[in-house]
Design a protein around this ligand. Sequence first.
Ligand SMILES: *[C@@H]1O[C@H](CO)[C@@H](O)[C@H](O)[C@H]1NC(C)=O
Ligand SMILES: *[C@@H]1O[C@H](CO)[C@@H](O)[C@H](O)[C@H]1NC(C)=O
Ligand SMILES: *[C@@H]1O[C@H](CO)[C@@H](O)[C@H](O)[C@H]1NC(C)=O
Ligand SMILES: *[C@@H]1O[C@H](CO)[C@@H](O)[C@H](O)[C@H]1NC(C)=O
Ligand SMILES: *[C@@H]1O[C@H](CO)[C@@H](O)[C@H](O)[C@H]1NC(C)=O
Ligand SMILES: *[C@@H]1O[C@H](CO)[C@@H](O)[C@H](O)[C@H]1NC(C)=O
Ligand SMILES: *[C@@H]1O[C@H](CO)[C@@H](O)[C@H](O)[C@H]1NC(C)=O
Ligand SMILES: *[C@@H]1O[C@H](CO)[C@@H](O)[C@H](O)[C@H]1NC(C)=O
Ligand SMILES: *[C@@H]1O[C@H](CO)[C@@H](O)[C@H](O)[C@H]1NC(C)=O
Length: 657
Amino acid sequence: MKSCLTLFFMSTIITLSTAGSVRLVGGSRPCNGRVEVFHDGQWGTVCDDGWNMDAATVVCKELGCGKPVRAIGLAHFGQGSGQIWLDEVKCNRSESTLKNCGSSGWGVGNCKHSEDAGIICSDRIPRLVNGSHLCSGRLEILQLKTWGTVCDAAFDDQDAEVVCRELNCGVPVQLLGADAFGKGEGPVWTQDIQCRGNESYFVFCPTSSLPKKCSHDNDVGIICSGYSQVTLVNGSDSCSGRVELQYFTEWGTVCDGCMNMRAASVVCRQMNCGIAVSVVGVDWFGEGSGEIWADVFECQGNETQLSQSLHKLSTAAPHNTYHRSIRLVGSGGDCAGRLEVFHKGSWGTVCDDSWDVKDAHVVCRQLQCGVALSDQPVPAWFGPGSGPIWLDDVNCEGNETSLWNCSSRVWGDHDCNHKEDVGVVCSEFKEIRLSEGCEGNVEVFYNGSWGNVCINQMDRDTASLICQELNCGRSASEPSYSVGLMPTTNWLDYLKCRKHDNTLWQCPSLPWGLNNCYYNEVARITCFEEKSDLSPRSHLTSSTSHQRQCSNQFSLRLSGGKGRCSGRLEVYHNSEWGSVCDDLWDIRDAQVVCRQLGCGAALSADGNEAFGAGEGVVWLNRVECRGTEIHPWDCPHVLNNHTDCSHKEHVRLTCAD
Ligand SMILES: *[C@@H]1O[C@H](CO)[C@@H](O)[C@H](O)[C@H]1NC(C)=O
Ligand SMILES: *[C@@H]1O[C@H](CO)[C@@H](O)[C@H](O)[C@H]1NC(C)=O
Ligand SMILES: *[C@@H]1O[C@H](CO)[C@@H](O)[C@H](O)[C@H]1NC(C)=O
Ligand SMILES: *[C@@H]1O[C@H](CO)[C@@H](O)[C@H](O)[C@H]1NC(C)=O
Ligand SMILES: *[C@@H]1O[C@H](CO)[C@@H](O)[C@H](O)[C@H]1NC(C)=O
Ligand SMILES: *[C@@H]1O[C@H](CO)[C@@H](O)[C@H](O)[C@H]1NC(C)=O
Ligand SMILES: *[C@@H]1O[C@H](CO)[C@@H](O)[C@H](O)[C@H]1NC(C)=O
Ligand SMILES: *[C@@H]1O[C@H](CO)[C@@H](O)[C@H](O)[C@H]1NC(C)=O
Ligand SMILES: *[C@@H]1O[C@H](CO)[C@@H](O)[C@H](O)[C@H]1NC(C)=O
């Protein structure tokens, strides 16, 4: 990959000039090249007779390129053409421009273009070292032939934007200080770096002369998105097709459900294709063959590049105590998921040996997610991670403020595999469901239990946002009254989303548990894909321009049985209900499904034949749960159009209710 990156630089011909009097031509970097001067209406070269570091000093300074590294002759950067303007140049280093140095006079001399002079200036070349990939790592800058590091206090988001851009690595996703990628060697850059953010090369960023107090303990690191280019494949013209993104050198498609109208607008703008007309379903332009990038693009709609909307992993500022990071991934929320810890430039997982609820409490506290839920399985399971397993035998008292205060084996020392990755569910973890899949009573999960959402003030826009979060379609019926189950908490009331709310959890409501919900008046809604949504105009004027969250979740229901807790299992995908094939299906899978449906324990995994055979598409197959997963989509599964499952083999089940 390194060689590809080099190739990119080499093939780019860079011309650098200021105010039109001196420029560098033919170098691979902005501050290297053949020196050309402008005189009498045309550009001409400089002869290398008498060419030395004094002259190079003047030119480097004149171009804002720092200090000279080499003065170089014999047309090292290729032969120019036209006039040879200067010969026998003599500078004393205090000139502000090459034109003020001594010479034999404009156009006077006996040189050929094979003697054209060039320079290499200090150039401030950035690189990222010791990250998990080419676009992440400790920031190092080459200056005067020496690689050095950068103090975290001297460096901010705008500076990172320029570095990521220069490295062809997209945009910054996270800044990490305090030697998160290990300590470097050599000098530490301590002067404040003041990029505007739009510079094409780091060398053009101004710096202040006031140094900060720094050591290698403060070495800054960057994780760039890695996404650079976007293209549309297999459409009828260059402005339609399947979205593919380049990640370093590899092209791949974007995870289904990550693309909404806002993201599409950004892609269209990035490709100079005007405004987005419609987003069409999967398979419309054929399936991609490469990777599927699972990153979340949370577009506002005003970004100029899709990668600018890449979900920031952390909002931590680079100057405070974020020494090391932890996160929970795979649940669709920040407060539940597989535990991952950041060390030596990579996210890794934690092994479940001797993991208990006291350890989970510390994680929840550190993430400001409340307390660990002990009525959920401990540890919870959110599927296997990848990459290193960083911690094992973690042992907290439960009162620590951070996981780093707890004892454990040393980093990377373990006897585990990824089947033992720890998951955590905290009390602030929130989730929503409808009692019958894509219709029914609105219920939310909070503080460890499911409860009702009451109907007061709920409108259609709010209901539509719920449908979109559940991948159940873009629109909803007007909410109607329904009576919830009496023993259940009424969790939310007066829930009313505003136009700019992207997820339900941003919408105002009464505090958790407070309500005016007489007779348990619960909101009931029905989701659907509005036909007119497919017309271009309604996309642009739709009042519900809420974005759908990128998630792999799907809605489930049981049909053909008595009540909602037994029957043939169906899954909602690509705007259609489909059956589930029973390859590998067993009682552990049924447990997870019954729990998700709020139907208690599973009684049988091979339900009554009387539930009937399904018709139409089979969406899901090879579900392999352990039984302790929080959601069915945390289990390995294949979600696809399965044409090889006969309708006799569909999953049927009965839950205890
Ligand atoms: C350097 O050269 C410039 C222009 O020829 C002259 O004005 C200046 O006095 C010189 N400085 C020194 C230190 O020789
Ligand atoms: C990267 O880290 C490894 C150990 O993790 C170390 O051996 C190597 O020297 C480091 N490389 C650089 C350029 O810092
Ligand atoms: C960067 O933005 C500033 C104003 O914000 C502008 O003056 C400058 O010309 C821009 N530079 C580039 C290279 O676009
Ligand atoms: C283009 O799409 C069609 C189906 O619409 C598919 O058969 C074909 O393989 C696709 N080609 C590419 C290059 O993706
Ligand atoms: C887009 O708009 C939001 C809010 O209006 C603003 O905070 C954000 O910086 C904008 N993003 C870009 C890339 O202009
Ligand atoms: C944490 O709890 C342990 C024993 O349970 C106690 O010894 C220790 O002092 C406590 N630490 C703090 C900071 O409260
Ligand atoms: C956790 O560690 C930090 C820094 O090492 C220390 O300041 C803090 O007192 C510790 N807290 C507990 C509860 O151990
Ligand atoms: C969450 O549950 C705990 C224990 O069950 C309880 O003490 C706490 O008050 C609850 N919080 C809310 C907001 O209901
Ligand atoms: C599933 O695939 C079959 C065969 O390719 C096709 O006829 C059918 O329309 C597909 N169904 C859906 C819902 O994509």
